[in-house]
Design a protein around this ligand. Structure first.
Ligand code: URA
Length: 214
């Protein structure tokens, strides 16, 4: 049985299998194919945690032996990956929930202001009634996650959860200050953010490693 350490709205998945897969992700000798597989598998384990208390509704079903009351999810689910690395988490999520809707959020970092700039945002309708899961493997400065959450809320989202793989204190603080209503789920919290905005020890550039663009 796994445990998630929850501090306020911060949930760190403490799980032996996740820890082992995190070491595969972090190892610089891990090839793209293994990196992809490990990221997708960690995404599935994080999804299990994030969805633990999603509201359900009763559904009447028949097993081969009897009628019974089962459960269905009460809200539609929207996955919102922040491009491009968030797509690496999306892949695993869709294996478990292939019927989920998807909203893409494209942000790049302005080299002068270092602020995220929105270059693409296409979100499904009905966000206000949906369970929205915002995806980005790395919570580094927290600025992209903050901007993405602001975009989601501007289009009506009210139930938002944020999933990342590695977070650092700076990013957690930034996101929690801007959006205290959004719980953060991660597999690890690392101690540092370097001057280039990379988490240390981290795992490097998640997008480059997932897409093989090193
Ligand atoms: N984005 C990454 O891909 N890696 C980091 O360490 C920080 C941001």
């Amino acid at each position: 049985m796994h445990q998630a350490r929850a501090v306020g709205d911060l949930h760190v998945l403490e799980h032996s299998l996740v820890a082992a897969k995190m070491s595969v992700l972090r190892d610089k000798t891990t090839a793209t194919v293994q990196f992809r597989r490990a990221l997708e598998q960690i995404a599935i384990l994080l999804l299990a945690e994030v969805s633990k208390n999603w509201p359900t509704r009763a559904v009447e079903i028949n097993t081969p032996l009897a009628a019974m009351r089962g459960a269905g999810l009460a809200r539609p689910v929207v996955f919102a990956p922040i491009l491009r690395a968030g797509l690496g988490l999306l892949e695993g999520m869709l294996r478990v929930m292939p019927d989920a809707e998807i909203g893409h959020i494209g942000l790049y970092r302005d080299e002068v202001t270092l602020r995220p700039v929105n270059y693409y945002c296409r979100l499904p309708a009905g966000l206000a009634e949906s369970q929205v899961v915002l995806l980005d493997p790395m919570l580094a400065t927290g600025r992209s996650a903050t901007e993405a959450a602001t975009l989601l809320k501007a289009q009506g989202a009210t139930n938002i959860q944020f999933i990342c793989v590695v977070a650092c204190e700076v990013g957690i603080e930034q996101l929690q200050n801007a959006h205290p209503d959004i719980p953060i789920y991660c597999a690890a919290i690392d101690p540092e953010l370097n001057e280039f905005g990379y988490i240390v020890p981290g795992l490097g550039d998640a997008g480059d490693r997932y897409f093989g663009t090193l």
